[in-house]
Write a protein that binds this ligand. Structure first.
Ligand SMILES: NC(=O)c1ccc[n+]([C@@H]2O[C@H](COP(=O)([O-])OP(=O)(O)OC[C@H]3O[C@@H](n4cnc5c(N)ncnc54)[C@H](OP(=O)(O)O)[C@@H]3O)[C@@H](O)[C@H]2O)c1
Length: 340
């Protein structure tokens, strides 16, 4: 039984709850994953029940009143993650709070406190990873707890797991990827004939881009994901400050049209080999990285077995929640191995 504290009950947190409502019996039988969500926190406070919250009720309460903390029996307005890490016996903190690439907060403090208290952590939040992944990994190792973040790159696409497979008996020497669906959608629509501003507006209307899309457009979201891959796949102890970043804000339709006339196109590509770099890059239209619209694609160049590419939809609530489940299954398996 894993006792879980779920921080964040937005698109991803609620998707996780929905999937657990639908599939928890199947996960228990098939994967031996027995989950009890003992606390949920959103920006208004928490809901807490140590015997396990009824997730359908929590989803209804959130929809109806805006915060789980308004639940009649289990609501605790004003309580935060730090309070509950002190109060409850938690096995895993699942962090689905908003990304902050300036200082990683409040997630950074939550994750540090959980790891320091010997609580395993699963996060999908790029902020603390982009700014302090080497230090957080070190802390997890020192405290002998498991720290997983597979949903932070590629949403539900198992990019990190795929890389681990590519590296078995081989060595990855370069990673290149289209890691941000929003900018890829904008560039694709510019190929279709729209100007930058119109393509951006359409991406916002369709819910691909945030209201403030600057982290995507300026290349920072791609850089954060690149840093996570560099650390996890290549063992490079980098942070976002080590990345040379150029976004797509200056890319004009005229340049894209000219590339297309030569059988090429632009993609916002994050690359790590000897250094880390994000920039709009001209590539052949038949290049596997020339994926269209909100797709992601990542290629791993290996020493001996060539180039391996993974592609798919890189975001979405249910997709990302599935990555959280994958991490929880891995944690459960590791804990069983330790016991044996
Ligand atoms: N959506 C995706 O496709 C996707 C894919 C990969 C990774 N991610 C990452 O997953 C995380 C969550 O994304 P999302 O789309 O679910 O965002 P979201 O819909 O904005 O949800 C964020 C949730 O966090 C809550 N929250 C805010 N401050 C908090 C705090 N201090 N303590 C506890 N909870 C707090 C919010 O509360 P309220 O509900 O009260 O506002 C909300 O429930 C982000 O870091 C994002 O980058 C998302």
């Amino acid at each position: 039984m894993l006792r879980i504290l779920l921080a964040g009950f937005g698109v991803v947190g609620r998707s996780l709850a929905e999937i657990l409502v639908e599939r928890s019996e199947e996960l228990r039988r098939g994967e031996g994953l027995n989950i009890r969500i003992i606390g949920i926190i959103d920006s208004g406070g928490a809901a807490v029940y140590e015997r396990g919250l009824n997730l359908e009720e929590m989803i209804k309460t959130k929809k109806k009143s805006g915060s789980v903390s308004h639940h009649d029996d289990y609501g605790r307005p004003g309580l935060n993650v730090l309070d509950l890490l002190d109060e409850l016996e938690v096995d895993v903190l699942v962090d689905a709070t908003p990304t902050n690439l300036s200082n990683g907060e409040p997630s950074y403090t939550y994750i540090r406190k959980a790891l320091a208290s010997r609580i395993h952590v699963v996060t999908v939040n790029k902020g603390p990873l982009a700014l302090a992944l080497p230090a957080l990994k070190e802390l997890a190792k020192h405290k002998d707890v498991i720290f997983r973040f597979s949903g932070s790159v590629g949403g539900g696409l198992p990019v990190i797991e795929f890389a681990r497979q590519c590296a078995r008996g081989d060595e990855i020497i370069k990673i290149e990827g289209v890691l941000n669906g929003t900018t890829n959608y904008i560039i694709s629509r510019m190929e279709d004939g729209l100007e930058f501003e119109a393509a951006l507006q359409e991406a916002q209307e369709r819910g691909y881009a945030e209201k403030d899309p600057s982290l995507d457009i300026r290349g920072l979201d791609t850089a954060a994901k690149l840093v996570i891959l560099a650390n996890e796949v290549l063992g490079i102890k980098a942070t976002i400050n080590d990345v040379h970043i150029k976004g797509i804000e200056e890319l004009r339709k005229k340049e894209i049209d000219e590339a297309i006339r030569s059988g090429e196109t632009y993609r916002l590509i994050g690359r790590v080999d000897s250094g880390l770099e994000v920039k709009p890059t001209r590539i052949k239209r038949e290049d596997p990285l020339a994926v269209r619209y909100s797709m992601n694609a990542v290629s791993f160049t290996t020493m001996n077995s060539g180039v391996h590419v993974i592609l798919g939809r890189g975001a979405g609530g249910r997709e990302t929640a599935t990555a959280i489940l994958r991490d929880l299954i891995e944690i459960k398996k590791k804990l069983v191995e330790v016991k044996v």
